[in-house]
Design a protein around this ligand. Sequence first.
Ligand SMILES: *Cc1c(COP(=O)(O)O)cnc(C)c1O
Length: 391
Amino acid sequence: MTSSARPYLNRRLAEFGTTIFAEMSALAVTTGAINLGQGFPDTDGPEEIREAAVRALRDGRGNQYPPGPGIPELRNAIAAHQQHRYGLTYDPDTEVLVTAGATEAIAATLLALLEPGDEVVALEPYYDSYAASIAMAGGRRVPVTLRPDAGRFTLDLDELRAAVTDRTRLLLINTPHNPTGTVLTRAELAAIAELAVERDLLVVTDEVYEHLVFDDAEHIPLATFPGMRERTVTIGSAGKTYSFTGWKVGWVTAAPELVSAVRSAKQYLTFVSAGPFQYAVAEALALPDTYYDDFRRAMATRRDLLATGLTEAGFDVFRPAGTYFVTADIRPLGEKDGFAFCRALPERAGVVAIPNAVFYDDREAGAPFVRFAFCKKEEVLEEAVTRLRAL
Ligand SMILES: *Cc1c(COP(=O)(O)O)cnc(C)c1O
């Protein structure tokens, strides 16, 4: 089927038009609405890390092609971080690969590991690049839908088991989960790990929000579970953790054979990227634990501000255990179509949100949910909440 609007776009990508973020950000501009759509901070990360990037650039470090796998300083720092935080040991030379953000890590991993027609079981709602990357790799996505249950979007482990077939090549997991804010528990992760081992599956796990967990939620990397280290590709990124989303420095940690496969695909995508930023991110990864504690505390305050405000405005709020986002149910406001709601919201209330349905194959399941980002200044969130209370 060809789309008349995009006559040249191939069949693999035909269903992926321009992203909702472009449409909603344009609406924010024309209406002057507060943009809580896209998940990027409105404040840069630590000054000393920004200065480290300036210094690298001035000193001529990284201004020419860095090494294909990433500069040794950064690979060492990534390995040290996995060791220090999680007790996971990776060889910086053979088990770490620096990528152009987590986005390229996801694309390269799927391009490297999938044969055409292979099935990828992924948690729905999906982060938006998953479906497109699976499609570009010729794979087939098989969603397992997280369903609202007691204030949390919950994984049904029986549904997950049932989704695995003889054609399943890998499980694509994301925890802390965007857009729902769910952080998978130790028991849920253990069950995923058991299934992967039992069915001999590879697991790709997107852990870009590893440091953004709140209250007593704990991020536990899937690679730490029995039998998982050798079958898991773990994806991380500096963007969300250090509030430099524009730098696009991400990474993969995995067994040598897996890293080698991913590197084969990655070298023909970007080859390398972000030279001077790699030096700065190496310094960021060496920040003391207090950095993460302070960051988490500041973000938890913002989450509370937004979640409470949305509740007072009449939404049914899923208080996130992690990430940048609050998902809210619009039905208590007498609405049921998140698309229509989000298209009207800038005019009605001067705030931009994203309809979660864009993250679903099962649009019906996602219809009543909308996503607001809280990685914004407190005064911005306060103003947004004041506007939304007028709904
Ligand atoms: C933001 C985000 C990414 C992309 O990270 P980059 O490093 O900016 O490419 C990947 N996965 C999830 C779940 C995200 O929210």
